[in-house]
Design a protein around this ligand. Structure first.
Ligand SMILES: NC(=O)C1=CN([C@@H]2O[C@H](COP(=O)(O)OP(=O)(O)OC[C@H]3O[C@@H](n4cnc5c(N)ncnc54)[C@H](OP(=O)(O)O)[C@@H]3O)[C@@H](O)[C@H]2O)C=CC1
Ligand SMILES: O=C(O)CCC(=O)C(=O)O
Ligand SMILES: [Mg+2]
Length: 413
């Protein structure tokens, strides 16, 4: 396409976005091709509706996963990572990770190799999506999940391997720690530097959006020097980096009768298992949740269930150099190639991408058009099985309905 250009970054982290930016995409495995096709159609329609042809995305495919392996013999070619670095913003479908054997997660590798340290997953109820909650409109949270370390570092040894046996002996002989013979061993590294930048991003987001609290989610009573340290380092980051914009929950109750003084973000912490029940019982007490990698993986799917399911759960992986947008869910392999699953999560991840680029009008139109299309009652199987009287349509047909809404919104604008 003529006049296509690269998105570039300014030293302060802001982006220069041309009218025809090149954006790399990874189609994904399993249901990835179906939802990517649908999402691309909707993203193009949204940009067209919002900017009437003066802006357009030039999509550039990059390979990862099964398609990459078939074509290049590599699961994650270096060229893919280089292209994402070069073009600054990218979007991807889900990639398969085998359980208990085989290759390590390519999704996790992409995050680690590009240092996309914040996994940002907003969970917002869209009326009239069905929900198991009595008051789903109270669910409005953003998860900031540390994306580069914790047990996802991938440092582990199989039970019975020479390395595992060596470690078990070392722990017993040198550290006095007893581990059952024949155990598999995994390491859970967590650092102040990575906690600090994640929590800083979560707090900056809460301040920018005028939100009242950031909750540090951890299991620090049991894992004192990893999850417990996450909590300690999180409070420290708030104190050192945002002294005049934050206040701890303890201070709010000691000095301010339970009400944070104007404009301050309250920093609190909750132990992970307890937080899972609180997001069900009193979701409106939580706005931003900052957490280590594994907690974030678990709670993002649980929250998605509260607000329409995995078919409606978008996300972003953000670093200082570049960002890769992707749905919270995986490849849903039993539906691969059936043109069946809900493309909503990837479509909304695309809306987040447009907002990240400063194309807010197009992003906002997508949220609205999606809501309108769902309200019309022609929806994919996951929503159809919950909405009384709804009619099930294919993934591609649902996307076409969203495009129709976008075209109508474009004409009104
Ligand atoms: N970022 C990534 O690329 C991720 C990759 N994965 C990988 O995906 C593979 C499968 O993982 P799995 O644990 O089964 O989880 P998935 O998220 O792929 O799917 C689990 C279930 O969630 C529902 N679901 C998921 N996506 C949608 C959608 N778009 N629309 C409607 N419903 C949806 C379906 O529920 P139902 O059966 O009720 O219809 C599906 O069977 C694994 O290899 C895993 O490692 C997992 C998560 C993230
Ligand atoms: O990489 C994977 O296969 C799974 C990752 C995952 O579940 C997630 O990031 O939410
Ligand atoms: Mg997950």
């Amino acid at each position: 396409m003529a006049n296509t250009q690269k998105i570039t970054r300014n030293p302060d982290g802001s982006l220069n976005v041309p009218d025809m930016p090149v954006i790399p995409f990874i189609e994904g495995d399993g249901t990835g091709p179906d939802i990517w096709k649908a999402a691309k159609m909707v993203l193009d329609a949204a940009v067209d509706a919002a900017y009437g042809g003066s802006r357009k995305i030039a999509w550039q495919e990059v390979l990862a996963g099964e398609k990459a392996y078939e074509k290049t013999g590599q699961w994650l070619p270096e060229e893919t990572l280089d292209t994402i670095r070069e073009y600054v913003v990218a979007i991807k479908g889900p990639l398969t990770t085998p359980v208990g054997k085989g290759i390590r997660s390519l999704n996790v590798s992409i995050r680690q190799l590009l240092d996309l340290y914040a996994c940002v997953r907003p969970v917002r109820y869209i009326d009239p999506i069905p929900s198991p909650m009595k008051q789903p409109e109270k669910v409005n949270m953003v998860v900031f999940r540390e994306n580069t370390e914790d047990v996802y570092a991938g440092i582990e040894w199989e039970a019975g391997s020479a390395e595992a046996e060596k470690l078990i002996a070392f722990m017993k002989n040198e550290l006095g720690a007893s581990v059952a013979a024949g155990s598999g061993i995994g390491i859970k590294p967590m650092s102040e530097i990575n906690t600090r930048r994640l929590v800083a991003r979560a707090i900056a987001y809460a301040i920018a959006k005028g939100l009242s609290s950031v909750t540090l989610m951890h299991k620090g009573n049991i894992m004192k020097f990893t999850e417990g340290a996450f909590c300690t380092w999180g409070y420290k980051a708030a104190r050192e980096l945002f002294a005049d914009r934050t206040i701890t929950e303890a201070e709010v109750y000691e000095k301010h009768d339970g009400k944070p003084p104007g404009g301050r973000v309250m920093i609190k912490d909750r132990i992970a298992d307890m937080l899972f029940q609180q997001i069900l019982l009193r979701p409106d007490e939580y706005q931003v949740i900052a957490c280590p990698n594994l907690n974030g993986d678990y709670i993002s799917d649980a929250l998605a269930a509260q607000a329409g399911g995995l078919g409606m759960a978008p996300g972003a992986n953000i670093g200082d150099e570049c960002a890769v947008f992707e749905a919270t869910h995986g490849t849903a392999p039993k539906y691969a190639g059936l043109d069946k699953v809900n493309p909503g999560s990837l479509i909304l991840s695309g809306a987040m991408m447009l907002e990240h680029m400063g194309w807010d009008e197009a992003g906002a139109m997508i949220w609205k058009a999606l809501q309108q299309a769902i309200a019309d009652g022609e929806v994919t199987y996951d929503l159809a099985r919950q909405i009384e009287g709804a009619r099930e349509v294919k993934c591609s047909v649902f996307a076409e309905r969203v495009c129709e809404k976008l075209r109508a919104l474009g004409q009104q604008a």
